[in-house]
Design a protein around this ligand. Structure first.
Ligand code: ZN
Length: 131
């Protein structure tokens, strides 16, 4: 598996408020989308070859809503882009890496799957295949 850093995701209470702060760091061009089934509003900020992803919960009982209640705002996950997500998942599973998703699901920017933070020293890692 060869992954390259696609984005760093940050859980925030208000996407608009966070985007204003990140604009002060030169991360201005915000693209947003809403993923109703996940209960999250997502904003992407261009940061060179990678992006910053801001995650605002739409409901307190969503994954990000529960994360905010438990841990507050901050780093939620990092995302690595791979060429073949099925092959990457099979390779990781064969090495005994603990996966949250054994098969990919639809994400904001392609098919995604998550690796359990227990397997990666405390950081939730998302894999994405964009095409
Ligand atoms: Zn992400």
């Amino acid at each position: 598996m060869q992954g390259k850093l696609d984005h760093v995701a940050i859980a925030v209470r208000s996407l608009d408020e966070a985007a204003r702060v990140y604009a002060q760091l030169g991360l201005g061009a915000l693209r947003t989308c809403t993923m109703d089934e996940m209960g999250v509003r997502v904003g992407f900020l261009a940061a060179g070859a990678s992006q910053i992803e801001l995650l605002e919960p739409l409901r307190p009982d969503s994954v990000v809503g529960k994360f905010l209640a438990r841990r507050g705002e901050g780093l939620h996950h990092i995302c690595l882009e791979v060429d073949d997500i099925e092959a990457s998942l099979a390779e990781l599973a064969a090495q005994g890496v603990e996966l949250i998703d054994r098969t990919p699901r639809q994400g904001a920017e392609g098919r995604v799957a998550f690796i359990h933070p227990r397997a990666t020293h405390g950081v939730l890692i998302e894999l994405v295949q964009k095409h």
